[in-house]
Design a protein around this ligand. Structure first.
Ligand code: GLP
Length: 232
């Protein structure tokens, strides 16, 4: 595991963008996941700027959605797809990039078949929830799980929908499983944000805990963690 600590929001975004740019340069056809959340926003801004400047392209890449809420009919603006359109726009929503969108009502096994047909993930870019979830693999998630529907943890709902009345929050989501993330050839884990000190501490200590799903990725041969140093 390679741990890179950063001391500002800009440095965090620069380091992550350098990593992704290099990975795409080495393998323009790579299959990758991209996370939602506030953590990767700076990275996406950098990638979008570089794309506009002709210095970065995902046109030959294959993008997989990491997760999606399952019951968000009246709040599409919270959906993963909406998030990617808003933050990455033409970087991935262009005629050339292959996008494997995760329809929350699709049979999960179909998505696994697509992952298999594409040869699995080359790069899993993941964020980490404050309860340690990756994608929507919540505490207690099975390390051998593939794409599956989950019931969201109360803490995740509190973190992701702080202002929404509890009755209006989604309760379920679909996510790529830990097995496929662990099988990815490389993993870039981005760790920043409030209330993540406990998770950050466990990652740095290399402690695997089934109640903190992100720690199941610690033993990966090619894991790079970019972490905001205010969490240490
Ligand atoms: C959501 C996503 C995760 C993401 C997490 C962290 O729950 N499903 O993929 O890592 O949010 O969000 P933030 O970066 O806002 O802390």
């Amino acid at each position: 595991m390679k741990l890179i600590t950063t001391s500002s929001v800009d440095e965090f975004a620069d380091v992550a963008a350098d990593y992704v740019t290099r990975a795409v340069r080495e393998n323009p056809r790579l299959a990758l996941t991209l996370p939602t959340g506030s953590t990767p926003r700076g990275l996406y801004l950098r990638l979008r700027d570089a794309h506009r400047g002709g210095r970065f392209s995902l046109e030959d890449a294959r993008v997989f959605m990491l997760d999606e809420y399952r019951d968000l009919p009246s709040y599409p603006s919270q959906s993963f797809e909406y998030f990617l359109r808003e933050h990455l726009g033409e970087v991935i929503f262009n005629p050339s990039t292959t996008r494997h969108l995760l329809d929350p009502w699709r049979e999960p096994a179909d998505y696994d078949a697509t992952l298999d047909a594409e040869g699995g993930l080359d790069l899993a870019i993941v964020g980490v929830g404050r309860n340690g979830h990756v994608g929507f693999n919540e505490p207690g998630a099975d390390v051998s799980s593939r794409t599956h529907v989950v019931t969201l943890a109360p803490d995740t709902l509190e973190a992701n929908f702080p202002e929404l009345d509890a009755r209006l929050r989604p309760t379920r989501a679909i996510t790529i499983g830990l097995a496929d993330l662990r099988r990815a050839r490389s993993i870039l884990m981005l760790v920043a944000g409030e209330n993540k000190h406990a998770v950050a501490k466990m990652l740095c200590a290399g402690l695997i805990d089934e109640n903190v799903p992100a720690t199941h990725l610690i033993e990966h041969d090619d894991l790079t963690i970019v972490m905001a140093d205010d969490l240490l």
